[in-house]
Design a binder for this molecule. Structure first.
Ligand SMILES: [Zn+2]
Length: 430
């Protein structure tokens, strides 16, 4: 068995691994790395559809799924993933093609062809293709998200995709009953970071929400549509939050997809209650009205929580909500995801200001950041490694380049395994 690495360890987004199994070739993930400041998107190394027997998509995030339609420009192949991953990939890739018109080497027609060649599989359902057999395992990272086990000639590969071993309010723990492994490809996103215990983040967020409600403010939670928005709504629901929760943007379509796949949730009842109780915003007039409604007939909204994209305040309806809510110190803004360099969210945290429609706004609302990562932190990753049997070769990928290298060194020191952070085009054999 061998693996060709299609994007370097530090190039988060260009995820792609071509697994060769005695003449059968399985592609694991094929993502898009978004260009910074207007530069074009970057793809993993080119793969010809006729050279692969199947592509397996671990989860719907575009850095793992976004380039799959490119395999349908001049051919086709079978696309395996869980049903929620397929539904969400279609939604996210459609949105990407709409937002980044003409930036990509493929279009809706290739996405349609891709969807016609999809094969939904359950966790632990074994698929055999030529000399290779593979199966998906629950990853706890996002709904339908998976790790992958590939077997061939008694060699076993385990690829974590993106993993959150402890799961979340929405998702069960990752399935780590995987046995002996010869080749491990592990994500490294937070390999050098320890996170607060999730319960503590939940308590802090609920406390902040209640403080803002008590002073008759509105709490804006800019949030990624898949599936941070739903996770945050579940956290509030679970804490018996009494005030109105408004959900806006693509999160509503994601809610519909999730409701079609309740068996992938840790607790479908809580999620159904969230969707039933939330106020959905479908257009701009509803959006305006939601913030102007008041039980006392004045121009202020009643205390409520608004969950809307985008998580780093880039696009979505974030600008509208910022302009409506920034100038009143009774309001609050809760940032619940990592704020990338150069994003308005990072600027808000560092300077207390944001730019909206070319104007700089000084934000009077109280701003707080909370840790709700969908990735395993350092402790979780090492706990995961301790569950792996055998003496695997290890590739550390999907993290800051230096973090991947340090993580590989630490793995070698603690377990004695042959570990490194690969470059694009590396070929590893076991
Ligand atoms: Zn992901």
């Amino acid at each position: 068995m061998d693996v060709k690495v299609l994007g370097a360890a530090g190039e988060v987004g260009r995820s792609g691994f071509l697994v060769g199994c005695e003449g059968t070739n399985i592609l694991l993930d094929y993502g898009v790395m978004f260009g910074r400041r207007g530069s074009p998107p970057q793809y993993p190394l080119h793969v010809r559809p006729k050279d692969i027997d199947a592509v397996v998509v671990t989860h719907a995030h575009l850095d793992h799924s976004g380039c799959v339609p490119s395999l349908f420009v001049s051919g086709n192949t079978d696309v395996y993933a869980t049903p929620p991953t397929l539904d969400l990939s279609e939604l996210l890739i459609t949105d990407m093609l709409k937002v980044e018109k003409n930036a990509h080497q493929f279009d809706m027609i290739e996405l349609d062809n891709m969807m016609k060649n999809t094969k939904g599989i359950r966790y632990r359902q074994k698929v055999t293709k030529g000399e290779a057999a593979f199966e998906l395992r629950e990853s706890g990272h996002v709904i339908g998200g998976s790790t992958v086990l590939v077997e061939s000639e008694k060699k076993r590969l385990f690829y974590t995709g993106d993993i959150k071993t402890n799961g979340s309010r929405m998702l069960r723990e990752a399935d780590m009953d995987i046995g002996q492994i010869d080749l491990l490809i592990t994500e490294s996103t937070y390999s050098q970071t320890s996170q607060k215990p999730r319960m503590q983040s939940e308590r802090e967020l609920v406390e902040f929400a209640n403080e803002v409600m008590d002073r008759k403010g509105v709490l804006f939670i800019p949030s990624f549509s898949v599936e941070r928005s739903q996770e945050i709504a579940c956290v509030l629901q679970n804490a018996n939050f009494k005030h109105k929760i408004i959900m806006d943007g693509m999160a509503l379509k994601v809610n519909e997809i999730i409701l079609r796949h309740p068996e992938y949730l840790r607790n479908p009842d809580i999620f159904r209650r969230v969707v039933n109780n939330a106020v959905s915003i479908r257009d701009h007039s509803q959006r305006r009205r939601a913030l102007r409604q008041s039980s006392k007939g004045d121009e202020r909204a009643e205390p409520c929580v608004v969950i809307s994209p985008a998580g780093m305040l880039v696009g979505g309806n974030a600008v509208f909500y910022l302009q409506e809510l920034a100038f009143d110190n009774r309001n609050g803004i809760a940032l619940v995801s990592y704020q990338g360099e150069g994003t308005p969210g990072r600027m808000l945290l560092e300077t207390g200001k944001v730019e909206a429609r070319g104007r700089e706004i000084t934000v009077e609302a109280e701003v707080k950041q909370f840790e709700f990562s969908g990735h395993a932190d350092r402790d979780e990753l090492f706990a995961m490694l301790r569950k792996i049997e055998g003496d695997p070769k290890v590739l550390t990928v999907h993290g800051d380049g230096e973090d991947c290298r340090v993580f590989a060194r630490e793995i070698h020191e603690e377990f004695g395994w042959d570990a490194h952070a690969p470059s694009a085009n590396d070929l590893v054999q076991v």
